[in-house]
Design a protein around this ligand. Sequence first.
Ligand SMILES: [Zn+2]
Length: 350
Amino acid sequence: MCNTASSGSVGHAPGGGVGGSGDTGTVTEAPTTPAASAPRLAARDAVGQTPPWATRELPAETRAPGAVDRLAAVLREHPGTLVLTGAGMSTDSGIPDYRGRDGTRRVMPMQHGEFCASSENRQRYWARSFVGWQRFSRAEPNAGHHAVATLQDAGLLGAVVTQNVDGLHQAAGSRAVTELHGTLAEVVCLTCGDRSGREELQARMAAANPGFGARVRGEAPDGSRVSSQIRPDGDVVLPDDAVAGFRLPLCLGCGADTLKPDVVFFGGSVPRERVEACFALTDAAPALLVLGSSLAVMSGLRFVRHAARRGIPVMAVTRGPTRGDEHMTLRVDAPLAPTLERLVRHAAAA
Ligand SMILES: [Zn+2]
């Protein structure tokens, strides 16, 4: 079921199958012919595990005020710089990162193979997502998203490739946004390929599960409020007994219970044509700027490596080390939104 009609992606590794922190395990890296592979998003690493790259010390100059001035100068010299953004971009909008600043995974997201494996797993996902959507769908772009759109308008930044599935770059007015890992706003049936909108599905789930949201609110196992347990892909923590009463939505096209948000879960595949489009953007870019990503996942890191191989400037603004720091020509270790706003002021003054 998982191997058919899922956004043109290829099959999955049942149960993930990679394990550990080996994010490269299922990814076929082919520098000379990048288009030849449809890379999978590596399986999750363990909660609480800190990858070795995440403990490196960043040099003090990455935190010096002059670092932002140097970044502004490079952008002026390379108008149309390609942007790659990650979860750090949306934390100011109330959508938390899966990882702490030290690169340690804090929560265990749904796996592609797990989602495909059983109706019970999909029931758990959709029950959580149904509750989480009420808050996730109300998240608004923050100052960082608006600054990226402004810097695009000013010509300093070009296309945006984002690993986020929240649609907030587009909501802020950014153009030419590629959602590398898909979008939560759309739903695809893994059996027949039918596509539909998430809002419409939310209404159907609400009709089939009257009172469910109110019943489960505040029942997180650690006693915290559900509203504080939202995750980057829009679901929340719910107790198993609450999930058991949730009526799983069925596909309106074929009746199967195999509806999936159109996002790439860990262990799933980024559609090949999307990867090819991002390599093409990297090939055409004068420089690459990473914002709010530790590049822990190969699906983003591969474009940083590709840009470095091309010899174009590769820069990053994010807190703490990234897995791609050895490829960077300029690193800024600073809060994202204020840094981007400083770049906007630089652009206005130029
Ligand atoms: Zn269907």
